[in-house]
Write a protein that binds this ligand. Structure first.
Ligand SMILES: [Zn+2]
Length: 542
């Protein structure tokens, strides 16, 4: 058959399919949660668990408004999502797997769930190597769209609302945002940090504080795709300073020249390896070519031989593609090398690097550019301390260890000297008076505020320091109640005695509570004497 005839045949077949699809009669692969019934109509999956899980996906998205929150909810509730195997021996079977971002996204974009019959949402293109890639078309270019063609999980309005919502969210989600070019923020290592626990690139988050935003290096890890908790998050200030200092210390013209020379050497060795690897690709190419020739030369009538040769040719082509991929991958990995122009820039930088780096007028973006010239990446691990493995351009590595930054409560803790001073003052003064004295001396709390009764009380409580009242009671001072029992007199009598100077009392807190000191001869008198004294006091009072 001639090429032209084949072409016409194919076009007719395609036309037939399209006509059938236009009538909504062409069977298409259905998403999980929908099946064909015996009569060939699309219905909801009779399996209640499947139905409820699919419904829950749409409900959760409607409630939370984001895909991430949706997959997070599924993960927290330990829920799996049904999916149909698309190809292979188990094609069409139902599997339960964790809901990933991709799966949730596909489901929300799928118009079949909204009761619509759709055909031609994608267009496929053939690549030079024989493989296909699929392009997703916008809705107005779909070949067939029949609304309300079958029962769905959501209505068409909700489907469109979801699309709108997803488009909004997509703006904030760029996959290379964390490896981008230097931007304005203060985080020095932006775009250069790699998580030492899982290998992902770390993002920069800025935390607003009183004295400007503080960068945090955050690894979302599997969180973005599967809703897992954060992998690790590290306060960036200490790391930025240490890396900056490392650069200032190590970047001297001599050191840089040496490093670049070593790198030149390594590059020439890499070229050697590269040539060897390319041989493998050439060999695979040769084998594929000869397999093709063998296939071309065989008599087409000899089907058995022709089939075997065709299979062989296919295998050889696949091997060739793999060899090429391997080669490209390795080549890309080797190529963090420095070309001559960059080399000159780096050497020029080295002459007065520390001065430029430390100059407060140098914008942070420029510092980041300089850093990008010198450093390949920094791998961070937070354990008992923070380990930062710095990989320089040219391959040298240095590992820095830093103490873990203080947490919020440690940073706000009162200084040890101040604690001791408060402890000393409390021998004499109440909380309010202590606060007053400290403020007069210009002493501040750990958070940098002035002291007041509440903060002194809080310091006492957290450092387990006794109050003035507790100290006085320990020394043997008595409360009004105790004195009244001891002496058998009323509160007002005690008050009058104190005013007359017959009883020694002192204020023990800021609520006007008094404590009294009973001399030994008063408290150790016999019960008779106490009674007589009470009667005489009573007489005085009258
Ligand atoms: Zn991580």
């Amino acid at each position: 058959m001639s090429e032209a005839e084949l072409h016409v045949l194919r076009a007719r077949l395609r036309g037939g399919l399209l006509n059938k699809a236009r009538r909504g009669e062409l069977r298409c692969p259905l998403p999980a949660g929908m099946v064909y019934d015996a009569a060939g109509r699309v219905v909801l999956d009779p399996d209640k668990q499947v139905q409820e899980t699919v419904r829950l996906l749409f409900e959760t998205f409607a409630r939370t408004g984001t895909l991430r929150a949706t997959i997070k909810y599924f993960r927290q509730q330990h829920l799996l999502f049904p999916t149909r195997v698309a190809a292979g021996a188990h094609k069409g079977e139902l599997l339960w797997t964790p809901l990933s971002l991709g799966r949730a996204c596909t489901a929300l974009h799928n118009p079949w769930y909204a009761g619509a019959y759709v055909f031609g949402r994608c267009r496929h293109h053939k690549r030079a190597d024989g493989r296909f890639w699929y392009e997703r078309l916008p809705q107005e270019q779909w070949q067939v769209l029949i609304r309300d063609a079958h029962p769905g999980y959501i209505c068409w309005e909700e489907y469109e609302r979801n699309q709108q919502q997803l488009r909004q969210s997509a703006k904030a989600l760029g996959f290379q945002r964390n490896a981008g070019p230097p931007r304005e923020g203060s985080a020095l290592l932006q775009g250069k940090v790699i998580c030492g626990l899982c290998g992902s690139r770390m993002n920069v988050h800025y935390n607003p504080r009183k004295d400007g935003a503080v960068p945090n290096y955050v690894c979302v890890g599997r969180g973005r795709l599967f809703g897992d908790p954060l992998c690790q998050s590290i306060v960036g200030t200490g790391i930025d300073e240490a890396v900056g200092q490392l650069l200032v210390d190590t970047v001297t013209p001599v050191a840089l020249d040496l490093a670049l020379a070593v790198q030149q050497e390594i590059t020439s060795r890499l070229d050697e390896a590269d040539r060897l690897r390319h041989r493998q690709v050439e060999r695979a190419q040769y084998e594929a070519d000869s397999a093709r020739r063998r296939y071309m030369h065989v008599d087409p009538a000899n089907r058995l031989v022709a089939d075997a040769l065709e299979t062989d040719w296919n295998l050889k082509l696949r091997a060739l593609a793999e060899a090429q991929q391997d080669y490209e991958r390795q080549r890309a990995a080797d190529r963090f090398t420095v070309d001559e122009q960059e080399r000159q820039r780096i050497l020029a930088l080295a002459t007065d690097f520390p001065a430029v780096w430390r100059d407060p007028k140098t914008p942070q973006r420029e510092r980041k550019r300089m850093l990008a010239l010198l450093i390949e990446d920094v791998t961070l691990i937070k354990q008992h301390q923070i380990t930062a493995a710095v990989r320089f351009r040219g391959g040298a590595t240095t590992t820095l260890t830093l103490p873990r930054p203080l947490n919020a409560s440690q940073m706000r803790a009162t200084h040890q000297d101040v604690l001791q001073e408060i402890n000393r003052l409390l021998n004499e003064y109440t909380d309010a008076k202590v606060a007053h004295i400290l403020n007069e001396r210009g002493v501040r709390t750990g958070a940098g505020d002035a002291f007041n009764t509440v903060s002194v009380k809080w310091v006492r409580y957290s450092a387990k320091i006794k109050s003035l009242k507790e100290r006085l009671i320990d020394e043997g001072w008595l409360t009004v109640k105790q004195v009244s029992t001891e002496l058998g007199i009323t509160r007002s009598a005690i008050y009058r005695r104190r005013l007359r100077g017959e009883l020694q009392g002192r204020l023990c807190n800021d609520h006007g509570q008094w404590l009294y000191w009973l001399p030994d001869e008063l408290s150790t008198r016999s019960p008779n004497e106490i009674t007589s004294s009470v009667s005489s006091t009573a007489g005085d009072a009258v």
